[in-house]
Design a protein around this ligand. Structure first.
Ligand SMILES: [Zn+2]
Length: 281
């Protein structure tokens, strides 16, 4: 009986492949996508955000080679679907090739042995990941998203999406942008928002996370000092702490991340493109 009923709880999915839902055939990992103002779009299953008469989404930095853009045409619910929570979708979709560097086991992080000993604690890291997942999934309503700025004026020391390997052989992509900061200096919030995390974690060290609304979040890591508290409202350009070298670092620097609904954006592309369409608050 259980098997019989569970068949009805699955969503039925009718989708037609469309050549150009958006006028491009490939995307870069971490790219900011602008979508037509009308229609409901899903990017890798996540609903696009509406801001300033446009819709936007961020292509994340996954190990997948493709990403699917879906436009919902129609949702229908039958009696059984209503009862068990499922839905029938009719949609159009386009599959785009995701461009990103090759993940090779090279580029070993030159972590001092004392740092590696401190941060190689998988049990603790897993607990922190679970906590982060919950925090990053919270919503924060903010219609005046405004324009964005860099957290410090400095030079890049490591690119977004650079392949890296930990001393234990684990290869991964760099999920943020590293900016040089040899001595402690104020780290400024990239935009208006609300602090949703301000604490020490194993790999990020002292970390501040600011939610800017519309699914957009920024993270500032390896700080020597945290100057804000959870729940605090911050303005664009307001200091959240001082740069430093806490957590998993070779040397002091700022690791800065921009995320949209858990998808990592490339800050160097995201900020200039965003600022072409933002309205100052
Ligand atoms: Zn980094």
């Amino acid at each position: 009986l259980l098997i019989f009923f569970s068949a009805f709880t699955l969503s039925d999915y009718e989708s037609k492949e469309v050549a150009f839902l958006i006028p491009q055939s490939s995307v870069y990992a971490g790219e900011l996508l602008h979508l037509p103002a009308k229609g409901e779009y899903l990017i890798g299953g996540k609903k696009a955000s509406y801001y300033n008469g446009r819709q936007f989404a961020v292509v994340g930095l996954s190990k997948n080679k493709q990403i699917r853009i879906t436009k919902i045409i129609d949702r229908k619910s039958s009696f059984y679907h209503r009862l068990f929570g499922g839905k029938i979708y009719r949609s159009e979709h386009q599959v785009l090739e995701m461009k990103r560097p090759k993940l090779y086991k090279d580029n070993l992080l030159r972590l001092p042995a004392s740092v590696w000993k401190k941060v190689n604690r998988q049990d603790k890291i897993q607990q922190e990941r679970n906590k982060l997942r919950k925090i990053l999934n919270t919503e924060y309503a903010n219609d005046d998203l405004g324009c964005l700025q860099y957290p410090i004026e400095s030079v890049r020391v490591s690119k977004f999406a650079a392949p890296r390997t930990l001393p234990n052989g684990y290869a991964y992509y760099h999920t943020g942008l590293d900016l040089r900061s040899r001595s402690p200096e104020p780290i400024l919030s990239m935009g208006d928002g609300k602090v949703i995390l301000a604490e020490h974690m194993t790999s990020p060290g002292n970390m501040v996370i600011v939610h800017h609304g519309k699914g957009l979040v920024s993270r500032y890591m390896h700080l020597s000092k945290i100057d804000v508290q959870v729940g605090q409202q911050v303005k664009k350009g307001e200091a959240v702490g001082l740069s430093g070298g806490t957590g998993r670092v070779e040397a002091p620097h700022l690791h800065w991340e921009i995320m949209w609904k858990g998808n990592h954006a490339n800050p160097e592309h995201f900020v200039p493109l965003w600022n072409r369409h933002c309205s100052p608050t």
